[in-house]
Design a protein around this ligand. Structure first.
Ligand SMILES: Cc1cc2nc3c(=O)[nH]c(=O)nc-3n(C[C@H](O)[C@H](O)[C@H](O)COP(=O)(O)O)c2cc1C
Length: 366
């Protein structure tokens, strides 16, 4: 059996596959089920102190298929808010999960308003449950920014630094800051989080989008009482954008752990995130579409890849592709050098076309 474990920020993950904050970690029961099936860790659905302020709507999901007749979902969109379940119920469930599965990583996703007291309170109360780490949701792109939370915080580097430092001032466990991709340069808030003391960066949250327009009614989707709002886009289609942003964070924040996500549907997708510098890989939409059981496909695929390519540990694979990203000018120079080398070889080949005995003679030392 290939050892898929990896230790990140002092936390031992049995494998690098972590369910991302969202419906897969919506309550203690499903969190325990995911551990039972073998997920290395889970980030619970984002919690806040006052669930009464969170009101969800229905419908709140939309799908983009490969074409009109296809069932193949390539993109997914949601206008779901953070958890609307009571904080005290969550505390009890997190405690039970940790007791039942002490060896699986349980990460609490938290979000609050821009107030030191509130961030300190939520951190202190949640850490009493025994969670292994925190993930700060500074990145939800819809609904919450209207309350100046989520991406509204994550798009302001000063706020990112300040909020991270508030949490770090009381947290006894590692803290990951989750970044929004809805920004020109994701390395700016990532570096701010590191200045605030973050142990790790999670990326990416969903990309703000419009999944479609109903052409019969001209109403945007998902349609709630005839209206909609831009929502968070995820699933396979976002993978290239997520890989690029994770790679940029890895280069900008050396030595800081990264939990990468965005469009992971199978082991190949996950391996790409490891290769660009993530040490754990999160999955949300993939599990919603394929079920928690997809973990066995991820584990088998990673083990087979490591065996085939000769990797002895997941750590060896982390960042393996990073040295091969460069600038366009360098690509041009490398191509010129390759052409020159090829031309030199062609000349040498040409030389050997003549009288081989004579040419051999000319190269023999006296
Ligand atoms: C329905 C849904 C709900 C989500 N809720 C949360 C949330 O509460 N907190 C959070 O940090 N991210 C949330 N996310 C974002 C995911 O954790 C993840 O960052 C994003 O979907 C990209 O990964 P994926 O392509 O594997 O889904 C949600 C995503 C979806 C699809």
């Amino acid at each position: 059996m290939t050892d898929l474990s990896i230790t990140v920020d002092g936390i031992k993950f049995p494998n690098p596959f972590v369910l991302a904050s969202g419906p897969p970690g919506t309550n203690g029961k499903v969190i325990q089920r995911s551990f039972e099936l073998g997920w290395g860790g889970i980030v619970c659905k984002t919690l806040s102190l006052e669930n009464e302020k969170v009101t969800n709507v229905v419908p709140r999901y939309g799908k983009l298929t490969a074409d009109a007749d296809s069932k193949q979902v390539i993109g997914f969109q949601n206008i779901e808010l953070i958890s609307d379940r009571p904080f005290d119920v969550w505390l009890e469930e997190l405690r039970q999960c940790k007791e039942a599965y002490p060896d699986h990583a349980l990460i609490a996703s938290i979000m609050e308003e821009f107030s030191k007291d509130r961030w300190v309170e939520i951190t202190e109360r949640v850490q009493e449950t025994g969670v292994d780490a925190f993930e700060l949701n500074l990145s939800c792109p819809h609904g919450l920014p209207e309350r100046k939370m989520g991406a509204a915080m994550g798009q302001d580097p000063e706020i990112v630094e300040e909020v991270t430092s508030w949490v770090k001032s009381v947290s006894k466990v590692p803290v990951w800051a989750k970044m929004t991709p809805n920004i020109t340069d994701i390395t700016v808030p990532s570096k701010a989080a590191v200045r605030g003391g973050a142990d790790g960066i999670s990326a990416i949250n969903t990309i703000l989008g419009i999944i479609g327009i109903n052409l019969d009614t001209l109403r945007p989707m998902p349609t709630v009482e005839g209206y909609s709002e831009p929502g968070g886009y995820s699933g396979r289609a976002v993978r290239p954008l997520a890989l690029r942003q994770v790679m940029e964070i890895a280069r900008a924040c050396p030595g800081v752990s990264i939990s990468g996500m965005g469009g992971v549907m199978d082991a190949e997708d996950a391996i790409m995130f490891l290769a660009v510098g993530a040490s754990t890989v999160q999955v949300c939409t993939g599990a919603m579409l394929q079920g928690y059981e997809m973990i066995s496909k991820l584990e088998d695929g990673l083990a087979a890849f490591m065996g085939e390519k000769g990797f002895n540990s997941v750590t060896e694979l982390v960042g393996a592709s990073l040295p091969y990203f460069t600038t366009h000018a360098d690509l041009v120079e490398r191509q010129r050098a390759a052409k020159r080398a090829k031309a030199g070889q062609a000349n040498r080949d040409e030389m050997w076309k003549g009288d081989i005995a004579k040419e051999t003679d000319s190269l023999v030392t006296d």
